[in-house]
Design a protein around this ligand. Structure first.
Ligand code: DX5
Ligand code: ZN
Length: 217
């Protein structure tokens, strides 16, 4: 399966975000982590900064909203030009209504699951979303190690997507590197977020290419 690589700018230099977006111009998406200090114990950036990133990015933006009340805030990220907006299942009051609204605004709609959140309740809603994000670390910080216990959930999601015949993407985020990406790909993921692995590499384009090749092997 073709692998899509989405470097996370959480590991970029926040004083040089435009430069660091251009550094990943060979990637498929730029993954932008929005954190509100409530849903997760960390704070990154909000709409005004996001709007500018969407204007200057050479690659489409994949927004990952780790925020409370995405029902209220997520549509603005679609309006700001995100190609994809992913909200957390644990935080959304009405996930189907929200996914429909995001699609109506022209964005792809994704639903994210923390490592301990089961995927089963969402398998009936596959037709309503474009992507399931299986978090492979607890959301909030870069540089954590990949949780192998999430692999069965990736497998279950892939099985359900295959059975449905729908083109729903399965994304993994957290601890993705040269040493873990093959396990995630084998389990059925096709979109790979990597922050510290990409921005910490000696060659950023080289790392994007290496990850892509490992995921597609
Ligand atoms: C963590 C974020 C990730 C983060 C991943 O909550 O959602 O996107 O940047 O960082 P790494 O790849 O370093 O684990
Ligand atoms: Zn993320």
């Amino acid at each position: 399966m073709a692998a899509l690589i989405a470097p996370s700018i959480l590991s970029a230099d926040f004083a040089n975000l435009e430069r660091d977006l251009h550094a990943i111009s060979t990637a498929d998406y730029a993954h932008v982590d929005v954190m509100d200090n409530h849903f997760v114990p960390n704070l990154t950036l909000g709409l005004p900064v996001f709007e500018r990133l969407a204007q200057v990015s050479p690659v489409p933006i994949d927004a990952h909203l780790m925020i409370e009340d995405p029902d209220r805030w997520a549509p603005a990220y679609a309006e700001a030009g995100a190609a994809s907006v992913t909200f957390h299942a644990e935080a959304a009051a009405a996930p189907v209504r929200l996914a429909r609204e995001l699609r109506r605004l022209g964005s792809r709609a994704g639903v994210a699951l923390r490592p301990a959140t089961p995927v089963e309740p969402f398998l009936d809603l596959l037709a309503e979303v474009d992507m399931i994000l299986v978090m492979t670390v607890e959301p909030g910080f870069g540089g954590q190690s990949f949780i192998d216990g999430t692999l069965p959930k990736i497998r279950r999601a892939r099985e359900a997507v295959s059975e449905s015949g729908l083109d729903v993407w399965i994304q993994v985020d957290g601890g993705v590197s040269r040493s873990t990406i093959e396990r995630a790909a084998d389990a059925g993921a096709n979109v790979f977020v990597a922050g510290s692995a990409v921005y910490g590499a000696e060659s950023v384009p080289g790392e994007i290419q290496a990850l892509r090749e490992l995921a597609e092997a």
